[in-house]
Design a protein. Structure first.
Length: 131
């Protein structure tokens, strides 16, 4: 299966993939880079056993991403909104550095959580928002 082939976390340039209890959770950017100074359009896609995407898994509820870092005074919770490309939300990183993104969602009465480490670069053009 797709999840079996992954065996854990895979890092692509601007996508991260974790496997948690048979679910493949992908955190990515619609386009652009993990950078400061401009909003990035984060997407979360969830697959179960190599089946339908989140947009077709109607039983996924309460999906959110919690962003934490020494650069934030408190955790920032993004309540994800359904879109044609999965669950998505805009967020602006205030400083370059390392952030933790905890993705949590409920499916069939189970609450599942996975954590991604984001390495955010200094933005080069803050006047040109992504997304």
């Amino acid at each position: 299966s797709f999840a079996g082939l992954l065996g854990g976390r895979i890092c692509h340039m601007y996508s991260l993939i974790n496997v948690v209890e048979g679910y493949v959770v992908k955190l990515s950017l619609h386009h652009g880079r993990w950078q400061t100074g401009r909003p990035v359009f984060m997407q979360v896609n969830i697959q179960q056993n190599n089946e339908a995407d989140t947009a077709e898994l109607a039983d996924i509820v309460d999906a959110q991403v919690t962003i934490t870092s020494e650069y934030l005074a408190k955790p920032f919770i993004l309540l994800l909104e359904a879109s044609a490309m999965g669950l998505a939300k805009l967020f602006t990183f205030p400083e370059a550095g390392t952030y933790q993104a905890r993705v949590q969602f409920s499916h069939h009465l189970s609450v599942l959580t996975t954590v991604f480490t984001l390495h955010v670069e200094e933005g080069k053009d803050a006047a040109d928002p992504v997304g």
